[in-house]
Design a protein around this ligand. Structure first.
Ligand SMILES: [Zn+2]
Length: 289
């Protein structure tokens, strides 16, 4: 009998109901209570009613980017679409399709498989999408981000559109921000000084596996050093123009699993839902604070 590979073990998780629940929860028609109204499925005659009955629009941002040999190119899009579906269902948001063709940083742009839009084009493109969502009639737009290359263009576009509008509010957050290094260290899931963060690392790979374990190939990757923490925990932004002798991911990917990923996306989902609930409770448009 051939020895079991890591992928076999990951796929075997499908046999256990708890894992299968995590895997199939993203499947259409699986759980009607977690099935949000989708913009692309809204009929023309329903638009006014859909805007009136949903307090916010939810726009997920993904990417098509090399995440190491073990991850699908749509890793960010898979994670953010899965989380956004559940968040939209729980908060009453109208779910827009994820934007997947986005800007990728230089250190992953040269890998075959990365598709990148120039940052200035991305900013204009993203601003046009936001303008269109406001034109449909939404006053609150929640942008749920799954890719770090979207942060600069995304915030640039939001600033522009908010400046042009008189009665709009746009909220932007990235899903991994609800999993701080400190929290990750206390969870002890991954034996890395930063708790598992890093491009294509164990945290991100686990989150992909929570939704699509069939697309993960751990046997194709070896464990690598994690990215160094230069500040002792405080956030910073470092951009390198190229990557030399870097295989396109970091960290102890052998520690990734669908079970861990399910727990991580649940923690993130809870934080995002709370953020939106607080926003809907406290925010008034035009703003009072
Ligand atoms: Zn990613």
């Amino acid at each position: 009998m051939a020895p079991l590979t890591r992928r076999d073990v990951l796929l075997a998780g499908l046999a256990f109901p708890g894992i299968a629940d995590a895997v199939f929860r993203d499947a259409p028609g699986d759980d009607s209570s977690l099935k949000p109204k989708r913009f692309e499925e809204t009929a023309g005659f329903e638009v006014a009613e859909a805007v009136a009955s949903h307090p916010l629009a939810i726009l997920p941002l993904g990417s098509l980017e090399f995440h190491g040999p073990h991850n699908p190119l749509g890793a960010d899009s898979i994670i953010i679409s899965g989380i956004a579906q559940r968040v939209a269902a729980r908060t009453g948001g109208l779910l827009f399709p994820a934007i997947q063709f986005t800007q990728c940083p230089a250190h992953t742009a040269h890998f075959r498989g990365t598709l990148s839009v120039r940052p200035e084009v991305m900013t204009m493109y993203f601003a046009d999408i936001l303008r269109s969502i406001l034109h449909v009639g939404f006053r609150k737009v929640f942008i749920l981000n799954g890719h770090d290359g979207n942060i600069g263009p995304g915030r640039g576009a939001i600033v522009q559109v908010a400046d042009e509008s008189k009665d709009a509010a746009l909220l932007f957050v990235s899903w991994w921000e609800f999993l701080s290094s400190e929290m990750m260290k206390s969870l002890s899931m991954f034996h890395q000084a930063n708790g598992g963060h890093g491009h294509g690392g164990p945290l991100e790979t686990s989150a992909v596996a929570a939704f699509r374990p069939d697309l993960i190939h751990l046997e194709k990757a070896r464990d690598l050093p994690e990215p160094p923490d230069l500040s002792g925990g405080a956030p910073y932004f470092l951009q390198k123009s190229t990557a030399v002798d870097w295989p396109g991911y970091s960290g102890k990917v052998s520690e990734a699993s669908a079970e861990k990923g399910k727990r991580l996306v649940e923690i993130s989902e809870e934080g995002i839902v709370k953020l939106i609930e607080n926003w809907l409770k406290h925010d008034e448009v035009p703003g009072s604070w």
